[in-house]
Design a protein around this ligand. Structure first.
Ligand SMILES: [Zn+2]
Length: 251
């Protein structure tokens, strides 16, 4: 299989999707033909809240439908386990550096977005301006905070091991938390701003360490662990809780 086909962001030509409907639910299953696939494989992607059925190149759509129908209960159970999406709206609870914050709309207030401690000790994420702008302002605030904090961490780790970073950006990636290009451009998911700080700082160390070792060799891990004492703890956190970060900010 050519290398490019294995990349997670590879987008094959559009295949039809099939719909499984029952009195209780309608589930849309996206079909993906993969050269070299020997059998049908089902995947429920919690970040995208969808189902992907990988199928052999020459298999028919009707055999794919049959396969999906046979596994309908399994798909339904997995879909129901995906946590409900959380919109950025007043009253919603959104984590900031791992601490839950309640979004509070302060219509007449000056400023844009800021944090505050409420009368009962609760943490608030306050948003000024008109109601229809709350979601966008929260999203922009979180991206800005993510970039600021990640940049700080990256620069500290880079100077500690003496490597040069070209640039740091944040994006909304589904399949990876961070990446490091050969030229030294680092990119991260803005959603890390919602994770505890030790997770964000570990990711920064991880990507900076790739400036030395562009692989996941034992040397790479030894370097990363020397830069971030929380490496194992952060990896475990991402594995257990990382997908939750994708539920926030749904349109
Ligand atoms: Zn890596």
């Amino acid at each position: 299989m050519p290398r490019s086909l294995r990349r997670v962001d590879f987008a094959p030509p559009r295949e039809p999707s099939i719909v499984l409907s029952s009195p209780h639910e309608t589930i849309c299953v996206n079909l993906r033909r993969v050269p070299g696939a020997k059998r049908f494989t089902l995947r429920v992607r919690s970040a995208k809240r969808d189902v992907v059925l990988t199928m052999p190149w020459r298999a028919s759509v009707s055999s794919a439908r049959e396969f999906a129908e046979r596994h309908r209960d399994w798909i339904g159970a997995r879909m129901r386990r995906i946590p409900a999406p959380v919109r950025f709206e007043p009253g919603a609870i959104v984590p900031l550096f791992g601490e839950p914050h309640e979004i509070a709309h302060r219509e007449g207030a000056r400023g844009v977005v800021w944090t505050e401690v409420g009368d009962n000790g609760e943490r608030l994420l306050c948003v000024a301006g008109r109601g229809e702008h709350v979601a966008r302002r929260v999203a922009e605030f979180l991206r800005r905070e993510a970039l600021k904090r990640l940049r700080q961490s990256v620069l500290a780790h880079a100077s500690a091991i003496g490597v040069v970073i070209q640039r740091v950006t944040v994006r909304d990636t589904i399949s990876r938390w961070g990446s490091c290009s050969v030229s030294g451009a680092l990119s991260f998911s803005w959603r890390l701003v919602m994770a505890p700080e030790f997770v964000l700082d570990y990711l920064a160390a991880h990507e900076v360490a790739h400036r030395r070792h562009h692989n996941h060799s034992p040397e790479f891990w030894a370097l990363t662990k020397s830069m971030s004492a929380a490496t194992d703890k952060a990896e475990a956190w991402l594995k257990a809780r990382g997908s939750e970060l994708h539920r926030y900010g749904a349109e």
